[in-house]
Design a binder for this molecule. Structure first.
Ligand code: FO1
Length: 313
């Protein structure tokens, strides 16, 4: 039986690491957003897959939030010498991931196969699966025009007003085979939506029909962990986007976003007063300290998620 965790980048990667610590080998499948993926200097970069791989393997830079720790930047700093000014930074160690991934994809492997191979090489005892092997690309509708996600996120630092989001290719993207097999065999015992941005991290996954339909028809409970604590996102543009898209920036706002999809929501203690309003939406509530700063806190949030799944079952 498998627990399926739907994850974006930083916050999702932390909870996936916590779940990996409390689940037995082979009991966890992390399904990861690929809407942020893009091709840069001929390389396929998959930021959220990288974040999950690096965090689970203990290789991530926890201060920067993306890429690898103890990184050097010789490649990046050599580009301007050759006349190329870049707004996107690839560290030297990180570069190995993108070069290998691109080469394996070019040889005909699927993104699922490439990711499984890397997870195995890093010694991970759980599955990491991209949401789809087909290209889905997130675009943000702004007053400057429609921006590709990394253009909005990194080059423009999420500054333009977000008027809407679209997921190019999602409508025809097939759910990655490893998750489809587990779900269709009835082997999923619970679903966890990680504390990732509901719009740009979880949104692309729910836009893949095969995933949305299987979640809708599930027999096992689905719980989410709120990415909003005391009215703020721990990291990233979730709070700004929620406000700009007309959603209250609170755990209750997250609950409203996921209403009809989830059976339970884990909130931070600071938001416990919102529990009755969330329960009025038909969503059970679990309360704990949801800030994940070390291995203990990651496992605490993982346990709270599993306890809530058990209560919702
Ligand atoms: N984020 C940045 O803010 N600046 C960067 O230069 C940058 C480079 C980068 C390289 C590889 C990678 O896997 C991620 C990288 N990120 C960078 C993070 C990433 O683009 C975003 O945090 C995610 O797409 C949002 O989940």
């Amino acid at each position: 039986m498998t627990l399926v965790a739907l994850s974006g980048g930083v916050g999702g990667a932390k909870l996936v690491s916590g779940l990996a610590g409390v689940c037995g080998p082979g009991e966890l499948m992390a399904v990861v957003n690929t809407g942020d993926d893009f091709d840069y200097l001929g390389l396929r970069v998959c930021p959220d897959i990288d974040s999950v791989l690096y965090a689970a393997a203990g290789l991530n830079d926890s201060v920067r939030g993306w890429g690898r720790e103890n990184e050097s930047w010789n490649f990046h700093h050599s580009l301007p010498q050759l006349g190329f000014e870049s707004w996107f930074m690839l560290g030297d160690r990180d570069l190995a991931t993108h070069v290998l991934r691109t080469d394996w994809l070019r040889q005909g492997a699927t993104l699922s196969e490439v990711t499984a191979r890397m997870a195995h090489a890093l010694g991970l005892a759980f599955d990491i699966v991209p949401m789809s092997d087909d290209a889905v690309r997130t675009h943000v509708d702004t007053p400057e025009g429609v921006l590709a996600f990394q253009d909005y996120f990194v080059r423009r630092r999420c500054e333009p007003l977000c008027r809407g989001i679209r997921f190019e290719g999602a409508g025809t993207a097939r759910l990655a085979a490893p998750l489809a097999r587990q779900a269709d065999a009835g082997a999923v015992q619970g679903w966890v939506i990680c504390p990732s941005n509901p719009f740009v991290s979880i949104g692309p996954m729910l836009a893949v029909p095969g995933l949305r339909d299987r979640l809708g028809q599930r027999r096992a409970p689905c719980v989410a962990v709120s990415p909003i604590i005391a009215g703020q996102a721990v990291k990233g543009p979730a709070a700004k986007m929620m406000a700009e898209l007309g959603l209250e920036v609170s755990a209750l706002g997250v609950a409203r976003r996921y209403a009809g999809l989830i059976d339970g929501l884990v909130l931070d203690r600071r938001d416990a007063a919102q529990a009755p309003a969330i329960e009025a939406l038909g969503i059970r509530v679990g309360v704990t300290d949801t800030l994940m700063t070390d291995a203990d806190s990651r496992e605490r949030v993982a346990r709270a998620s599993l306890e809530l799944i058990a209560r919702c079952g």
